[in-house]
Write a protein that binds this ligand. Structure first.
Ligand code: KIV
Length: 268
């Protein structure tokens, strides 16, 4: 089985083929997800909320990220494995290089994701120079939840939209291999996806992105509390009828590939 790489994903973007990504935190789900056709497994720091039951992603440590990345890596043979840099592990470029290095060497990740715009340019350059693939993360940045005053859509006004667009271009210029846009208006995300050479993954960012990601537990309907409006329960979808976990993941992959997900009701 051939491993999906950043080059595969760039080729898929060029060919207009949509890319399916889901979060994964353990080995069993890693195997199930990639057998259902998921191309990118994201070991998200959302594990702080959905696995550890915390209120935010902030308390997640580098050790915990390495542990879960290693678990996912053991169950994966095909997908590209991306791991989140936890809060402040990327606070300066040298620290980020050490942390990202550990996620690759000890966790088995193929790429790291880090939140932030211009503040991360030097770090992205440093990681790229050392051969570490980077996915930048713009729009809603959950690690800044206290500064943002909640989980809010970003880029609704012209000034923030301009900043997100410029940050995206600069991050690509600094060597980012992928960009994740979270909770931004669909037309802005579509515009950025068309402009950038690198693949753009969206979550709450509309159907114009090259790839889609959801938090696994949200799309299986098992996250306690209210599901985010941009997500969809693929396990108990009354319109699609009953299925099992693997069936729900296959439905998600098919909906991403065909462009049926996200639908207008999942967009801002
Ligand atoms: O941690 C996470 O799960 C994320 C989401 C954007 C998918 O980063």
């Amino acid at each position: 089985m051939k491993r999906i790489t950043v080059t595969t994903l760039q080729e898929m973007k060029r060919n207009g083929e949509k890319i399916a990504c889901l979060t994964a935190y353990d080995s069993s789900f890693a195997t199930l997800l990639e057998e259902a056709g998921v191309e990118i497994l994201l070991v998200g720091d959302s594990l702080g909320m959905v696995i550890q039951g915390r209120d935010t992603t902030l308390p997640v440590t580098l050790e915990e990220m390495i542990y879960h990345t290693r678990c996912v890596a053991r169950g994966s043979r095909r997908a590209l494995l991306m791991a989140d840099m936890p809060f402040l592990a990327d606070a300066d470029p040298r620290l980020a290089l050490l942390g990202a290095g550990r996620l690759l060497k000890e966790g088995g990740a193929h790429m790291v994701k880090l939140e932030g715009g211009t503040v991360q340019l030097e770090t992205v350059r440093r990681l790229a120079a050392h051969g570490i693939p980077v996915c930048a993360h713009l729009g809603l940045q959950p690690q800044s939840v206290h500064k943002l005053g909640g989980y809010r859509v970003q880029g609704r006004d012209a000034e923030t939209a301009r900043r997100i667009r410029e940050d995206a271009l600069e991050l690509q210029g600094a060597g980012a291999d992928m960009l994740l846009l979270e909770c931004v208006p669909a037309p802005l995300a579509a515009d950025i996806s068309r402009t950038l050479r690198i693949p753009v993954i969206g979550i709450g960012a509309g159907p114009g992105c090259d790839a889609q990601v959801l938090v696994l537990y949200d799309m299986l309907g098992i996250t306690p509390g209210r599901r985010p409006s941009f997500s969809h329960d693929f396990l108990s979808d009354p319109e699609a009828g009953p299925t099992h976990v693997a069936g729900a993941v296959r439905r998600y992959v098919e909906a991403v590939k065909s462009g049926a997900f996200p639908a207008p009701r999942h967009c801002f």
